[in-house]
Design a protein around this ligand. Structure first.
Ligand code: SF4
Length: 381
């Protein structure tokens, strides 16, 4: 399903496109930069606040554009300082944005490192078996403005909240596309968003702070390398052989490891960025020591860091988290093979912060109260 809003979202435009729009409407092109300064630097909420614009331009803007086409309908903070927004879109769809605050070595504050996790689709079509988005599938791609909107909402909340806000040149240490949806399946919007995040006329965020996570769309991985935006890439591997991966990630049948690994290798060679292999440890499914040994081979070939994440239980799905003992044995094999590895004891249990679970529960509750079909999604990618 495609969503076409009545007005375009200013925060989803590139300077080039917006300048062309302005010129077509017979306004001088230098006005584009002024408008973008109000939107991305001064972060105003209304066109009325753009004080140096003439009345006719404000009127034209109001007729054709809105700044941020979304609103936050739920703001939940967990005890372990993970915060989650439920964001409502123009067609009433709901998506999630998560902020994770973590300690930073040497800084001495418990919440000094901040990562914002953005969604890129409503639901997901890829049906990974451990992920609740497979329960009801895909609704639609997000517009670039709806993705940037999530960032803007989080940044605004954080600037009001944080004692360090004024000392930061950018609000977050990392921006990760690991929320709902497969980023490379919404390729055009993703590339547009990356440009807006990275550009000096936009949010001016260094590309190396941005990580795109994919379940393994090999052709788009190579295409993304050609865009020349030096972002980081994370591959959601979750299985180190085709046999295991086929069982839990249908995408592997289309792009098996012998196709995916060379694409990731090409990305690494072109951009010189270290890759990350995300590996959710699921009890009895992919946490055997044979998988650890195969994973080590892939990590060496890709010069990749491995990030192990013990599975976060999703209501309605059968999978379980391995015992600490099994987790440790898996990691020990990787370390013995001299792989760079971390195990993430994930934050946010108390607010269901594994991507999608807040939406899952909210949708289920809404469905119960309204007796309408719900759209529960979950994307631990
Ligand atoms: S893990 Fe990612 S690609 Fe797989 S179904 Fe969930 S959101 Fe989609």
């Amino acid at each position: 399903m495609r969503f076409t809003p009545n007005k375009k979202g200013l925060i989803g435009e590139t300077l080039e496109e917006f300048t062309a729009d302005l010129e077509q409407a017979k306004f001088p092109k230098y006005r584009a930069k002024q408008v973008f300064d109000w939107v991305f630097k001064k972060k105003v909420h209304s066109i009325e606040e753009m004080l140096n614009l003439p009345v006719d331009l404000k009127l034209w803007l109001s007729e054709n554009y809105e700044i941020n086409p979304t609103k936050v309908v739920l703001d939940k903070r967990s005890n372990d300082i993970t915060q989650k927004f439920l964001v409502q879109l123009g067609d009433q769809s709901l998506i999630e944005t998560v902020l994770i605050r973590a300690p930073q070595v040497g800084v001495g504050q418990s919440d000094s490192r901040k990562t914002v996790c953005l969604s890129i689709q409503v639901g997901c079509a890829y049906g990974c078996k451990f992920c609740a988005s497979g329960l009801l599938g895909f609704k639609r791609n997000l517009l670039a403005s709806e993705v940037i909107a999530q960032f803007m909402h989080m940044a605004e909340m954080d600037s009001k909240d944080s004692v360090n806000a004024e000392k930061r040149s950018v609000p977050f240490d990392n921006i990760v596309f690991m929320g709902m949806g497969e980023p490379l399946a919404n390729y055009d919007a993703l590339v547009r968003v990356l440009k807006i995040l990275n550009a000096p006329w936009g949010l001016n965020i260094g590309a190396r702070r941005i990580t795109v996570s994919t379940s393994g769309l090999a052709p788009q991985i190579e295409q993304l390398a050609d865009e020349g935006i030096g972002i980081r890439l994370a591959i959601s591997l979750h299985g180190a052989t085709n046999e295991v991966r086929n069982k839990i990630m249908p995408i592997n049948k289309k792009y098996p490891l012998e196709v995916l690994i060379p694409a990731a290798e090409a990305f690494h060679k072109k951009l010189g960025r270290m890759l990350t292999l995300e590996y959710i440890l699921i009890d009895g499914i992919n946490d055997g020591l044979d998988q650890a040994r195969e994973l080590a081979k892939i990590a060496h070939r890709l010069h990749a860091h491995v990030n192990c994440i013990p599975y976060n239980k999703v209501e309605g799905l059968e999978w379980k988290r391995p015992s600490i003992n099994r987790q440790n044995k898996f990691v020990k094999v990787l370390k013995k093979e001299r792989v760079s590895v971390t195990i993430r004891r994930e934050k946010g249990h108390s607010i269901n912060a594994a991507c999608g679970q807040l939406k899952l529960k909210t949708d289920l509750a809404l469905a119960q109260s309204e007796s309408q079909p719900s759209n529960p999604f979950n994307s631990p990618q």
